[in-house]
Write a protein that binds this ligand. Structure first.
Ligand code: UT7
Length: 318
């Protein structure tokens, strides 16, 4: 038995903040941001618009696209680093908002790799026969942990949510073929928040040594992409579509180049969304699905790297 992706959905807050708008409040320019990152704009949640609200909206879209109702879902897993509250988990708030009292729900925290981690957990629960259908969501309100005076970080991130419904299938060849997760906690000082529940009692803001993170990202992504191919015996040319974490266009282009893939086989949304951490892959995936870029039988490679450090990859046959 395998787990396949039945449907996807997404949600983006209405407010769009352009690079030009940011350059009015911090010393930066559209030219610098586009050249160094590829980001042109990002969506920012409204006052009072919380991670669980965005997660619920993405979940509803995925249910509708899959012609399902909450009664058809056995479990909810939300990947997030920006929960509404310390507890309860965002996932149980989504469960309540969907009117579900059956099943179970919990959050996974692996920062930008969160969605790959959450899909891997859900895949394990399905292939072990514990559940048949899992609603997997990546949702982030990164704007709530940004120092809006720090030009190094505030230009990079955005808010949003994406969802995918995983379900058991016996169809030959379809579904998640392999997943590979890694972490290395020694690099905390390169990417972290300067606060938290038990340390300062406040969430803190993102602190990043960009150039160092960049170097690690290139190496880590090369490793997990190689692992996914080695585990399945596929060649880079077998991959129909690369759905990478959206942190920096130069990193994405580097991975595509390593795989000798033309950019038209790579899903890029960071120009419009910025880096939405755990939401970036499901947002990109839904963007590709809704634009008709994902066809039955396609081989998709998902990969991400982020705070922790955490990194991972996943190959799925659509
Ligand atoms: O999603 C989790 C994983 N995160 C990532 O993968 C992020 C990885 N890192 C990156 O994407 C890039 O390192 C950044 C986009 C964050 C930065 O790009 P960079 O080419 O590595 O620039 P840099 O940090 O080396 O900074 C170059 C210069 C510096 O000035 P000096 O020291 O050369 O005078 C910075 O102060 O650019 C300056 N700078 C800016 N200038 C205008 C930094 N941020 C800005 C800014 N606007 N927003």
């Amino acid at each position: 038995m395998r787990a396949c992706i039945r449907s996807t959905g997404s949600y983006l807050p209405a407010r769009v903040v352009t690079n030009a708008e940011l350059s009015k409040t911090v010393e930066t320019s559209d030219e610098w941001i586009v050249q160094r990152t590829g980001i042109k704009q990002r969506h920012i949640a409204a006052e009072g618009e919380l991670t669980s609200h965005m997660a619920t909206a993405a979940a509803r879209a995925a249910l509708e696209n899959g012609k399902l109702t909450p009664a058809d879902i056995d479990a909810i897993v939300v990947a997030t680093t920006t929960p509404d509250d310390t507890f309860p988990a965002v996932a149980v708030k989504v469960q309540a908002a969907l009117g579900m009292t059956h099943g179970f729900a919990f959050d996974v925290q692996a920062v930008c790799s969160g969605f790959v981690y959450a899909l891997t957990v859900a895949n394990g629960m399905i292939t072990s026969g514990q559940v048949r259908r899992v609603l997997v969501i990546g949702a982030e309100k990164m704007s709530s942990i940004l120092d809006w005076n720090d030009r190094i970080t505030c230009v990079l991130f955005g808010d949003g949510a994406g969802a995918a419904i995983l379900e058991a299938t016996e169809e030959e060849g379809r579904g998640i073929l392999t997943t590979h997760l890694h972490s290395d906690g020694r690099h905390r000082d390169l990417l972290y928040t300067n606060g938290g529940v038990a340390s300062t009692g406040k969430a803190g803001t993102i602190q990043m040594q960009g150039r160092e993170v960049f170097k690690h990202a290139v190496e880590a992504l090369a490793q997990v992409v190689d692992e996914a191919l080695a585990a399945t015996g596929y060649k880079p040319s077998d991959i129909s579509l690369l759905v990478p974490h959206q942190a920096n266009l130069r990193i994405i282009e580097g991975t595509a180049k390593k795989l000798d893939m033309p950019m038209d086989k790579v899903v890029v949304t960071l120009d419009r969304h910025g880096n939405t951490s755990a939401a970036s892959i499901p947002l990109a995936l839904h963007d590709a699905v809704s634009n008709g870029r994902v066809k039955r039988g396609y081989l998709l490679l998902l990969e991400a790297m982020g705070g922790g450090f955490t990194w991972g990859s996943l190959l799925v046959r659509w």
